[in-house]
Ligand binder design. Structure first.
Ligand SMILES: NC(=O)c1ccc[n+]([C@@H]2O[C@H](COP(=O)([O-])OP(=O)(O)OC[C@H]3O[C@@H](n4cnc5c(N)ncnc54)[C@H](OP(=O)(O)O)[C@@H]3O)[C@@H](O)[C@H]2O)c1
Length: 251
């Protein structure tokens, strides 16, 4: 099996590459500095030649709906076109649980981009080619938010009620979807329902920084009130927040 991982230098893409290689699978790690730009559609045909599976872990950091819709929609269109013309057997796209629900994403531009991504893939690829793996939010997301929304000793994290998991566990589920026969889309979530702002506070307590973490209202009420929480996830991962913190703080 030959697998192309797009977004291979990112938080989850790098983990997916390592896990696939650990299973002896041939992997091409693709991102812009390897000459593959999925938005500009450069290098895709060459990278996809002879591939069995393409995994889309590409990302853009934005809160703008226009930017997110344009980026994720364009990448999905380019990847689909290149995959079909190269005869790639399967495309596995990483998305977010409930992000495509208009009741959830109405005030969350980034999630409107994820909705566009899913829609374009569904419209562009046959059902037996496409697998969408929808993950819940990662513990790492709170840390990313704290570094973005930081002013001196104070960091802000949005109140997001979710069922978080470690990025490593999400990567394992993604690898499972790559290596097993497609059986429809997959939802993967963590062991407990938590507020992302509380995860930020727990990280700050363990690491000693930042000094204060404040929970903020951002992205609409559905995000705060459980709209992101899956009813019956297909995969429930086991790493708890405390276990993840133990590993992160020991590292
Ligand atoms: N954070 C969460 O809690 C969470 C939960 C569920 C799902 N997800 C999804 O997981 C995916 C990956 O997120 P992440 O946080 O791992 O991403 P990330 O760390 O921001 O990494 C993004 C990757 O995309 C690559 N990239 C960006 N623009 C590109 C382009 N035009 N062409 C090719 N590669 C490009 C980057 O490499 P270069 O910049 O070198 O090109 C990098 O390898 C996203 O789709 C996100 O929605 C995230």
């Amino acid at each position: 099996m030959k697998v192309i991982v797009l977004g291979a230098s990112g938080e989850i893409g790098s983990e997916v590459v390592n896990r696939l290689r650990a299973q002896g699978i041939e992997v091409t790690a693709a991102h812009r500095s390897t000459g593959v730009d999925a938005y500009e559609s450069t290098g895709l045909s060459e990278a996809f030649s002879g591939a069995d599976v393409v995994v889309d872990c590409v990302n853009v950091t934005t809160t703008s709906a226009d930017t997110a819709i344009d980026f994720f929609g364009t990448v999905a269109r380019n990847v689909s076109t290149a995959a079909l013309s190269a005869g790639v057997g399967r495309v596995v796209c990483l998305s977010i649980i409930n992000a495509a629900d208009p009741a959830v994403n109405a005030k969350f531009g980034y999630y409107q981009g994820k909705a566009a991504q899913e829609k374009v893939y569904r419209e562009s690829l046959p059902a037996d080619v496409l697998t969408i793996v929808r993950s819940a939010q990662w513990y790492e997301l709170a840390r990313q938010m704290m570094s973005t929304l930081r002013l001196g000793p104070v960091a802000a994290v949005p109140h997001m009620r979710c069922r978080p998991l470690s990025a490593a566990d999400a990567a394992a589920a993604l690898v499972g979807a790559v290596t097993t026969a497609p059986g429809g889309d997959v939802e993967v979530a963590g062991p407990h329902v938590l507020d992302l702002a509380d995860i930020g506070k727990a990280i700050a307590r363990r690491s000693g920084s930042p000094r204060w973490v404040v929970g903020i209202r951002f992205g609409g009420t559905a995000i705060r009130n459980g709209g992101l929480v899956p009813e019956r996830p297909d995969v429930v991962t086991t790493t708890t927040l405390d276990q993840w913190l133990d590993a992160e703080c020991a590292a």
